[in-house]
Design a protein around this ligand. Sequence first.
Ligand code: BEZ
Ligand code: FE
Length: 253
Amino acid sequence: MDKNRVASITSDLIDAVRDVCIKHAVTHTEYRAAIDFVSRAIDAGERSLLFDAFLEANVVASDPTKITGTTSQVLGPFYLPDMPFLKDGVMARENELGERLRVSGKVLNCRSEPVGGVELDFWQADASGRYSHFDGGATPDKNLRGRIASDETGDFFLETVKPAQYTIPDQGPTGLLLREMGRHSWRPAHLHVIARHSDYSTLTTQIYFEGDEYLESDAVRAASTDLAFPLNYDGDQAILSFNLVLQDIDSTS
Ligand code: BEZ
Ligand code: FE
């Protein structure tokens, strides 16, 4: 990171903290308690959870390089890289519990042209709200994670199960702080996806379901209603359709 940016961001941050200390007459005991709190969260393995829950949405929302295209969302603490490429877009095991869901759409650029060959890296919670690898081994390795690609007409298809709404891990320091702030720990149901293509800016986003009761009170203050899509049915088959719009790398409009 550029040295001048380190200097200017850090000094503005210190000034902002000083303003908060003055506004609330923060005591030395409270200052020490805050340091202990952050240390406890890190010791409890919540470093990413704590910062992603309270700060990441601010950084995403203020990104000056994000000008157009599908709204970005937080990556969060549950992403794993290098997940398998899925055969025929099937991400859910045959015996995966939950409502089977067909996800489809198109990847477009900002001129509404289809973009083929886009890598779409999906991950999600299961129907009980658990993320594989972060659930103490309750679900199989790499469960409900995987990559697909858009075809030459920009179309993509994924077969999965509907993710549940879930509480972010709330039995440790992060959950305690949320409760002390009078906030709940629920997130609306969502699919995470990162869209990658060498000609476009990488898009990290989340797709929500229209009407979800936690869209307006997301624990991590990330959810955006423009990313909420209706769950439709073809007979018994649940279907979710949305397009992803990529921003050019050198986008100025
Ligand atoms: C998530 O969407 O998985 C997430 C984001 C921020 C904090 C916790 C979870
Ligand atoms: Fe999530």
